[in-house]
Design a protein around this ligand. Structure first.
Ligand SMILES: *Cc1c(COP(=O)(O)O)cnc(C)c1O
Length: 463
């Protein structure tokens, strides 16, 4: 399989190249040259297989000569062997129609573990084969940083410098990062907010002298391999509910459009998906785009579902590419205009084409809290705020077939918001019970490019 950029000007790469590059050099995102498609019989033959075996079958068409079946099986066995549930992604029934797919049973209690645990092993393997090493630089508002640090701790050939806003992530989120004491992990608390941290990371990638000295790499959600590993749980959960002989709908709490794009990929591969309900909080750019064609960014509003507090949804570009008939030149022009004006209109024929698979809903704080109460009192389930946004959108859906809401985080990751909505304070799972007593290591630094570059240069291995 070959990978092309949505903006058409970057080198065509294989799976290894696309994984290590992250962003394409023309500012676009890598996508497969075509969508591989399973027959109904091939999908039916996956029913009842363990998660790892479904993962091997779903991902194999995308990896070409870079990872064969045995390599994929080894990676998935090791990655998902660290999950706390034997099913990896268990399904829970809430009422006659609604189900939760719990994708949060990984080491850091949010679904980002599913992709990043595997991606860490893929990085290590590709780097060992070529004798190379990388300096991963990232900014986090919480979940991505903890998942990336857990996945990359101790991995040969990988150094991690993770920037988080000092005093502005929850204590659970901070400790999940700062109690990882492996020598290749460096946590830097920036005296500023998340936007400052993200701007510093961008500035380092754009500083030619600095980027020339260190082999910089990124593991954010625009990485194609991350999306690929998320396609798998659409297959396992739909198979459990009767696919390929019955179609299943999904509601997905969405920020960067990564998780729900993985559902789109599953549909392109032949999985019968009835509908993908895109659920946003008050930061509703995707709801406005899909319902009214208005893709325009405003100010980020902080909510109780911080991992969805996003105004520009990077992965939406991958859907726009397909909606525009894969015309990279036309999309590049539209994206340049969006980057200049922060506004874009979806042509009505493209919006209507998207609406054949996607619907959307904006869920406010009151509806989120009401849904948490419903789940607790009607089904005995304590939801995290992100999952509650997804379920609220699912319960507004007018259809009648099976509806799966992706449960993206464990409630104990966001105890204050859960307690405020339900009166119940969720407890950390036993494997993390001592988190609050573990020693921490991190440094505080001013939000200044020179200071951060000097910090990294003192420690990182040059090219
Ligand atoms: C990252 C995250 C999301 C949003 O996922 P996207 O792939 O960015 O749409 C939702 N919920 C939680 C808990 C997350 O960590």
């Amino acid at each position: 399989m070959r990978y092309i950029s949505t903006r058409g000007q970057a080198a065509i790469l294989d799976f290894r190249g696309a994984t290590l590059a992250g962003l394409a050099s023309d500012g676009g995102l890598y996508v497969p040259e075509h969508w591989p498609r399973f027959t109904t019989a091939e999908i039916a033959a996956m029913a009842g297989l363990p998660y790892v075996e479904v993962a091997v079958r779903v991902c194999r068409p995308f990896t070409g000569d870079c990872l064969d079946e045995a390599a994929l099986r080894d990676i998935f066995t090791r990655a998902y062997g660290r999950f706390a549930h034997a099913a990896v992604v268990p399904l829970k029934q809430l009422d006659h129609r609604h189900f939760l797919a719990e994708i949060f049973h990984g080491p850091t209690l949010a679904f980002k573990d599913i992709a990043l645990q595997a991606l860490g092993l893929v990085f290590e393997r590709f780097l060992a084969e070529s004798g190379a090493h990388v300096t991963v630089i990232g900014a986090t508002s919480g979940d991505t940083g903890s998942a990336a640090i857990d996945a990359l701790a101790g991995r040969a050939g990988v150094e991690v410098y993770m920037l988080h806003p000092h005093g502005r992530v929850s204590e659970v989120q901070r400790r999940q990062m700062t109690t990882v004491l492996d020598g290749n992990i460096h946590n830097i608390a920036i005296e500023g907010n998340f936007d400052d941290a993200q701007a510093l990371v961008k500035a380092m990638f754009n500083d030619a002298a600095f980027a020339g000295r260190f082999p910089l790499a990124a593991v954010n959600s625009i990485n194609w391999a991350r999306l690929l590993f998320q396609v798998v749980y659409y297959f396992t959960t739909a198979l459990s509910l009767g696919a390929p002989h019955r179609a299943v709908a999904y509601a997905v709490p969405t920020g960067n459009f990564g998780d729900v794009f993985a559902g789109y990929v599953a549909a392109q591969m032949g999985l019968p998906i009835e509908r993908l309900v895109v659920a946003t909080n008050e930061n509703d750019i995707l709801h406005r785009a899909l319902s009214a064609g208005d893709y325009s960014a405003g100010q980020v509003r902080p909510t109780d579902s911080p991992s969805m507090d996003i105004q520009v949804s990077s992965n939406f570009e991958r859907l726009l590419f397909d909606l525009a008939g894969r015309d990279a030149a036309a999309l590049a022009a539209r994206m340049a205009e969006f980057e200049a004006t922060k506004q874009m209109r979806l042509p009505e024929d493209q919006r209507a084409a998207a609406a054949r698979l996607f619907s959307s809903a904006r869920v406010d704080a009151a509806a989120m809290a009401e849904t948490m109460g419903w789940a607790l009192h009607q089904a005995g389930e304590l939801l995290d705020p992100h999952t509650a946004i997804g379920l609220a959108a699912a319960r507004r859906d007018p259809g009648s077939g099976p509806m799966v809401t992706l449960a993206t985080a464990h409630s104990a990751k966001f105890p204050a918001a859960v307690a405020a909505a339900t009166g119940v304070t969720p407890a950390l799972p036993a494997r993390l019970a001592d988190l609050m007593n573990r020693p921490e290591r991190y440094d505080v630094a001013p939000a200044q490019l020179q200071a951060i570059e000097a910090y990294i240069a003192q420690r990182a291995r040059p090219r």
